[in-house]
Design a protein. Structure first.
Lengths: 572, 39
């Protein structure tokens, strides 16, 4: 990091925070603070929805995922467009018609207060954890690679978000999302351009894709029906559809974005914009990771990308073994560069040399094998060490190969993404705490100003909780997956409750409440056994199981209650 | 509360919804060809 990077990073962040505070201060009532006075145009709704979903984890982890495993992760988003359409047709008109502040408010009107409270509490638990993680995830990676203090990083990201979210509420969150998305898109486009610039002169984009394809990095679609396969077209369309339906339809951090739309039409247009752009955007981010992979065919990459783990190994008895592996990797990298250049040279003469092609693939397999051996050594040196280094790949590339100035801009991208999703999280947590818990159960008449002040206080409180959670968090297998796993455990049940509310009029309050409670407990058990321990089920299916079980159970319970009551009334 | 789902029946909106779904099918088809070309 040089002065230029610091200037670009600080100026971007200060501008976003100051703009958010100055443009939106002085909310007089709850409607203005939580719904932004329903003045948000459709494109701001669209950008805000996209910025909320795109956390820093998206930009750090996704390219790393593509670097190691290829582009199959894009399938995860195949269910999103259909989910957008369903929400536009069903959820948005109802929420707008009833003029609700939060999605859970609707559940009291449809069922009863305890179902509303149950859904709110489930949301507060999972979003509370999720928001802490959106702060923690970039902080741990940045602190590892830049040597910055982790807790200080958590504090800085958290405080920046708290400042404008407390000050301007939903309006501030929405207006800052525009700037953040602009910074993110500009930064990622520059990064992509620079990677292509740094590839060998005679390597065209098409041939770079050939190299990626030869190494299975372009295996985008997987039509396997094996439930153990995490990302397939089917799990993406079905599991992804339910997850996205639950996330965009019932998670207040997203519902709050489109509830602030000027009209039903503008809210719908915002979501449709997301449906158009999401898959290409994810494809582009994954493609950056694939191009980083191609880049490392011609440059040497470290044996392991997580510097915390290399520090562990360097202070252990396994240091000589690790250095031996590094020596092997150096030789493999040199040979790989030579073979790759030769292969490219022949590709340019329209000759796909199978021998060179196979040699290149074999060398990459050898490299992967060396990396796996390094991970085994790290595990031996420290049993508790997390050996998955996907989240560090892209930032390693940024810090070691991109020019100064661009490093600052890309760090601003990561901070912006962290702030955009955390801000929506805090805003939604505070809205739900105020509207569904505090206001619902408060006794006596209270002024509008009181509720605005309380929402601000709750925003601050959740901000502090998120920072504290971030400070005690530990790194799991893959951060982006962890966020999705947490979502999958809770979303299915809440989605089931909303689907019953919209489509099965016959089911009443008692039936849905107990069914939701039992389903939530069952989903946690299923996750623990079949996803975490036995690993025979992709976590994406938890949404489907949760939603389906809630619906079936609620229908059966209602049938039982209804029949019993019917019998009782006959008896009387 | 009357639990009525307000269906959006205007033809321009039906077109938008169909278009967004169709475009995403096109994305998937493109991905398929991309895989075939470069694998």
């Amino acid at each position: 990091m040089q002065l230029l990077d610091w200037i670009i990073l600080s100026a971007t962040l200060i501008f976003i925070v100051a703009y958010g505070v100055l443009k939106t201060k002085g909310s007089k009532n709850v409607e203005e603070y939580i719904l932004g006075n329903n003045e948000t145009p459709w494109w701001t709704v669209g950008l805000s929805v996209m910025a909320t979903q795109a956390s820093a984890i998206t930009f750090l982890s996704t390219p790393g995922q593509a670097y190691h495993d290829g582009m199959g992760f894009v399938q995860f988003y195949f269910g999103l467009p259909l989910a957008m359409v369903v929400i536009c047709i069903t959820f948005i008109p109802i929420f707008h018609k009833l003029k609700v502040y939060t999605a859970y408010e609707y559940l009291e009107q449809r069922f009863d207060v305890k179902t509303r409270t149950l859904a709110s509490v489930i949301f507060l638990i999972q979003r509370g954890l999720g928001t802490g993680l959106t702060i923690y995830a970039p902080a741990i990676i940045l602190s590892s690679l830049l040597g910055w203090n982790l807790n200080l990083m958590n504090l800085i990201i958290g405080l920046l978000v708290i400042i404008y979210t407390v000050s301007g509420g939903t309006k501030a969150v929405n207006v800052t999302h525009k700037q953040q998305m602009f910074v993110i898109m500009i930064g990622m486009a520059f990064a992509f351009y620079m990677i292509l610039e740094y590839l060998p002169e005679d390597l065209s984009f098409s041939n770079a894709m050939h190299i990626a394809g030869a190494n299975n990095k372009l295996d985008i679609l997987n039509f396997s029906f094996d439930p153990e396969e995490r990302y397939t077209v089917w799990s993406g369309i079905a599991g992804g559809f339910f997850l996205m339906l639950a996330y965009f339809g019932t998670d207040q951090s997203q519902v709050g974005r489109y509830l602030s739309g000027r009209s039903i039409r503008e809210s719908q247009m915002g979501l449709i914009m997301n449906g158009f752009l999401k898959v290409p955007m994810q494809f582009f981010i994954l493609l950056i990771g694939v191009m980083v992979f191609v880049f490392f065919q011609f440059h040497s990459a470290p044996l392991h990308f997580n510097p915390n783990n290399t520090r562990i190994i360097n202070n252990s008895e396994y240091k000589p073994d690790y250095e031996r592996l590094e020596g092997h990797l150096k030789m493999v990298a040199a040979e790989k560069e030579e073979i790759s250049l030769l292969y490219v040279h022949q590709l340019n003469q329209d000759y796909d040399n199978k021998e060179l092609h196979n040699k290149m693939v074999a060398l990459n397999t050898r490299e992967k094998d060396l990396r796996d051996q390094a991970k085994d050594l790290i595990k031996k040196a420290d049993k508790g060490a997390e050996t998955n280094d996907k989240d560090y790949v892209f930032l390693y590339f940024i810090l070691n190969f991109l020019p100064h100035g661009l490093i600052g801009l890309l760090l601003a991208v990561i901070f912006s993404a962290a702030m955009s999703s955390s801000a929506s999280g805090l805003n939604a947590l505070a809205s739900t705490t105020t509207i569904d818990i505090y206001k619902r159960y408060a006794k006596g008449e209270k002024s509008e100003k009181h509720f605005v002040d309380m929402t601000k206080l709750f925003t601050l409180m959740w901000g502090i909780i998120a920072i504290l959670f971030a400070c005690v968090g530990t790194l799991f297998e893959n951060l982006i997956q962890l966020v999705n796993i947490i979502g999958s455990i809770f979303y299915g049940t809440v989605l089931g409750v909303f689907l019953v509310a919209f489509f099965i009029k016959y089911v009443k309050a008692e039936a849905i409440f107990w069914s939701a409670l039992v389903t939530q407990a069952a989903v946690i058990v299923i996750y623990r056994i079949y996803v975490y321990e036995v690993e025979i089920l992709s976590y994406l299916w938890l949404n489907v199981i949760g939603a389906a079980m809630t619906i079936v159970l609620a229908t059966l319970v209602q049938l039982f209650i209804g029949n019993r009551r019917g019998t009782e009334s006959i008896g009387e | 509360m009357k639990n009525t789902i307000m269906k959006d029946n205007s033809s321009s909106w039906k077109k938008s919804y169909s278009l967004v779904l169709l475009l995403n099918v096109v994305y998937i088809v493109l991905f398929y060809f991309l895989m075939q070309i470069f694998s």
